[in-house]
Design a protein around this ligand. Structure first.
Ligand code: IDP
Ligand code: MG
Length: 150
């Protein structure tokens, strides 16, 4: 069982896509175990995107992610990290196939709607930036008793 951090970025809020995007995560079978609408400040933005600090797009990325409220979500389930990454599609929406979130709703690599942690280690780090342990509420769904370990 894995947890991963999803951010529905300020463009998702602005475009009224929160329900659509939450629905895609939920109906895929991942559980929403924490969720909050927040306005990210510059300190948190810089910590969250610290891997990209040397990239030319970093200042623009920090401006964008702090430009308005976003919805932060912790989602949990089998292979949650990879499943969210595949629901998102590639970083640049012009390479994202239809059926993915970026392939269905985005055109530009900046405002590309959604963040998902890229590994289990990143997920642990990023979740702890956005949520305290007591804000995460684990539960199971009855269907999960049929998961067969390989
Ligand atoms: P990811 O969101 O698919 O994991 P990353 O490479 O981690 O992609 O980049 C983080 C975010 O930085 C992207 O989602 C996008 O918003 C922004 N970004 C990445 N590459 C570029 C670029 O070349 N130009 C502008 N923004 C970029
Ligand atoms: Mg990334």
């Amino acid at each position: 069982m894995q947890r991963t951090l999803v951010l529905l970025k300020p463009d998702s809020v602005q475009r009224g896509l929160l329900g659509e995007l939450i629905s895609r995560i939920e109906r895929r079978g991942l559980r929403l175990v924490a969720m909050k609408l927040i306005q990210v400040n510059e300190t948190l933005a810089r910590q969250h995107y610290s891997d990209h600090i040397t990239k030319p797009f970093f200042p623009g990325l920090v401006k964008f992610i702090t430009s308005g409220p976003l919805l932060a979500i912790v989602t949990e389930g089998e292979n949650a990290v990879k499943i969210i990454r595949s629901l998102m599609g590639p970083t640049d929406p012009k390479d994202a196939p239809p059926g993915t979130i970026r392939g269905d709703f985005a055109t530009s690599v900046g405002p590309n709607l959604i963040h998902g942690s890229d590994s289990v280690d990143s997920a642990t780090r990023e979740i702890s930036l956005f949520f305290s342990p007591d804000e995460i509420i684990s539960y199971t769904r009855d269907i999960e008793k049929w998961i067969i370990e390989s």
